[in-house]
Structures are given as structure tokens and as C-alpha cells.
Ligand binder design. Structure first.
Ligand code: FES
Length: 106
């Protein structure tokens, strides 16, 4: 499967972030970051917390439930360090010709 059209416009995302939606890869979410739009799996690999609603800073997102953090670049688990074996799905984001965000796995 190639790129998936989220149906979400930059204006939609500006009004409310994160924007979760169903995709061929499961529940994922677009969110705004200081570096532009990002797209990740919507729920945390720890206990299914609302990861996309976490705090974004310095290229990482911190889950609001137990504060596990993940890289927005490659999905790697950044902390807590005693639980290094999980990562998250991170998706490439691009604005399509219809003015909506297209996403695909990195
Ligand atoms: S559910 Fe996300 S850190 Fe626990």
C-alpha cells in the first residue's frame, strides 16, 4: 500500500491537533509540531494510552499516561530507559494535490 489520503487539510489540523483517523495501518494521528506536521500511531505501545495527545518537545512525544517518550523521527523509544524494547510507527507526511495530507509508513 502506498500513500493514504487522510482527508485532513492543514486548516483542519490548525484548528485542532491531534487529529486521529483510521488508516490501512490502524489508528494513527496527525499532529502539529514545531517542525511541521507529524503522523504517528494514535495509541501508546505501553498500555494503549492516548499517545497522540502527548506533549511534543525537542523532536519527541511523551505519552500523557506514564510519560514514556518516543522519537518523532524514527519512532524509537527514548525513555524510560529500563524499557527499551518497544517503538512506535512513524509515518511520512506530505500535502497532496487535493490539499489534504497524504501519509505512508517510513
Ligand atoms: S500508556 Fe503510554 S506510557 Fe503508559
Amino acid at each position: 500500500m502506498g500513500r493514504f489520503d487522510s482527508g485532513i487539510t492543514p486548516e483542519d489540523l490548525q484548528k485542532r491537533s491531534p487529529r486521529p483517523f483510521e488508516s490501512p495501518w490502524g489508528a494513527i494521528a496527525l499532529l502539529t509540531t514545531p517542525n511541521g506536521p507529524a503522523c504517528i500511531q494514535a495509541f501508546c505501545p505501553h498500555m494503549e494510552g492516548p499517545l497522540a495527545e502527548g506533549t511534543v518537545a525537542g523532536g519527541e512525544i511523551v505519552c500523557p499516561w506514564h510519560l514514556w517518550s518516543f522519537s518523532l523521527d524514527d519512532g524509537s523509544h527514548l525513555g524510560p530507559t529500563q524499557e527499551p524494547s518497544c517503538s512506535i510507527e512513524v509515518f511520512a507526511v506530505e500535502l497532496g494535490p487535493e490539499g489534504t495530507f497524504l501519509v505512508e509508513p517510513r
